[in-house]
Ligand binder design. Sequence first.
Ligand SMILES: [Zn+2]
Ligand SMILES: [Zn+2]
Length: 312
Amino acid sequence: MKKILLSIFILISTLTYSQKLEIIPLGVYGGGIESNLSSYLIGIENSKSYISLDAGTIRAGINKTIEYNTFDDTTENILQNYIKGYFITHGHLDHLAGLIINSPDDSSKPIYGLPFVIDVFKNNYFKNASWANFGNEGEKPIIGKYIYHKLTPFRTFKLENTTLSAEVFELSHVNPQKSSAILIQNNDEYVLYFGDTGADRIEKSDNLNRIWEYIAPLVKNRNLQTILIEVSFPNSQPEDKLFGHLTPNLLNEELTKLAQYTDSQTLKDLNIIVTHLKPVGNQIETIKQELEQNNPLQVKYIFPEQGKKISL
Ligand SMILES: [Zn+2]
Ligand SMILES: [Zn+2]
């Protein structure tokens, strides 16, 4: 009997230990197509409990997850019960419109963000002139469905109703406008998600450099094997018309800095999930080609598709 109990215990611990993160994109573009804008569910595989990283598109993305058999449930149940909270990187509509529009049908949950993001909800969207106030602070009447969690950079916090924790960092998105990034932790596994960001050289900032230095040990130890980061424009976009975004060349420029804190070999096969492509003309194909054809660090580029699970 003791032996059986011991084997069951070992089996359960192995199962718990091997629970990996998965990412389910509800929207992948950085503008244009209103039914497919930045939003990524992250959680432990098959746990049915996720945090939505940005929320540009929600319902149309959930419907795609059902169409592709990623989830086998109703749209309402996925919206209300699978999504345990939202982390919003900055106040631009392509990162939060889905949350606002679906708020009447959603359940009560936290919205995590740096104080400047929470201020945008309070001062611009959850205001009677724009929409009812579904937040728990700000203009009256206060419905209080969403509970604001104002975060502090570089400080670990728990993501409620999940087993995950996280830390956030500030980004520059057309200086002095800000955006943010989040480092999600599941035991010894980490995933880093960036909101919109310009390159340090263009933004005259050292925000990305600070993040690269900070995460380098995790990359070296292979605890961090997946980064979601934007590439909005092809290389032909003039540097004075980037509006706080990256091109394939600028992403390489930034990853090279990360490599200097680790070593170039460490970045080989690092998963880079490319977000926020702007669907103008045939620009998306150009961006993909430019990334694949000039990949000196041999990272592994992944182009996410709405509704299709990415297992890590
Ligand atoms: Zn955006
Ligand atoms: Zn933006």
